[in-house]
Design a protein around this ligand. Sequence first.
Ligand code: GTP
Ligand code: MG
Length: 330
Amino acid sequence: MSEEELDLESLEGVGPATKQKLTAAGIYNVLDLVSRGPIEISDVVNIDLSRAIELVNKARVRLVTLGRIEKDFISATELYKKRQTIERIGTGSKNLDDLLGGGIETQAVTELYGEYGSGKTQLCHTLCVKVQTQKDQGGLSSGAIYVDTENTFRPERIVEIAEAYNLEPEEVLSKIIVAEAYNSAHQELIVREAGRFIEKERIRLLVVDSAVAHYRAEFLGRGTLAERQQRLNRFMHNLLRLAELYNVAVVVTNQVQSAPDVFFGDPTRPVGGHVVAHTSTYRIYLRKAGKNRIARMMDSPCHPEREVVFILDGRGINDPPEETPKRRQS
Ligand code: GTP
Ligand code: MG
């Protein structure tokens, strides 16, 4: 795919003036047009929604012609073929990989939610290393982007995990692009810009840790709930489009809060409510059980709802040690 074919001006109806407006809003090529979608385009470039829809439709047609995305009506055979281009990133734990059907999928958004210390950030770190390994080791020989909203990314931890996998730590670090997001608007901006890096730096994993923390802190009180959900919704959809367009795995973390109206069962619920839940392709609930961690696959379209045990150790995520059979007492 050549740069000219993705050039905004190569689309009918886009002249230098429109191109300049689009570029100023961080929309650099035809891929960006599709990934941002018409509502956002009409907003940021200040054009009619109908014109934005027309523009995005043209961009879609171009990407279909280039074989970059599927046309709107495709046969189940074609869909089956497309789904075969999905790849997986191993987590470091065989149990967890089994739960996921082999690992974290590309072309999907995987939500990790759970209480503090349940291992969300540790799993994100491990994936940043694993994605760099070769296929036979559960990787995709590619780099990662880590959007850090809570200042919990630790390069030292990456070094430790890389060493545990006998990888060159310096090289592993150099293939992780870290973006610190200071507030929700900044976080949105970073993700809008991510497409360019994904393309250029051969990125196959995009982590947002945490996806909801800024929204939660900034939008307090019931009156702001609608706006918060709308912004989160747009953000999550942007992520999903990136995942599909660039064939990358997107992993987001989410905290839990207590649901005051639950009297039976587990009273914890992910923050962000339906918005995050509905946009995520897979949702994994993590919780602590002493030294162990338990992962549960929630409402997946194709996995049974079940639980597995894993641990956090020098390799990041790992399986619990095999139980040594107790010596028989004589
Ligand atoms: P919040 O972001 O607070 O919601 O939690 P989280 O789910 O992201 O938790 P995180 O992944 O940070 O897990 C923290 C736990 O990981 C700690 O309680 C430790 O048990 C473990 N951990 C963190 N760093 C290390 C490390 O360097 N070595 C080992 N072995 N364990 C670690
Ligand atoms: Mg964390």
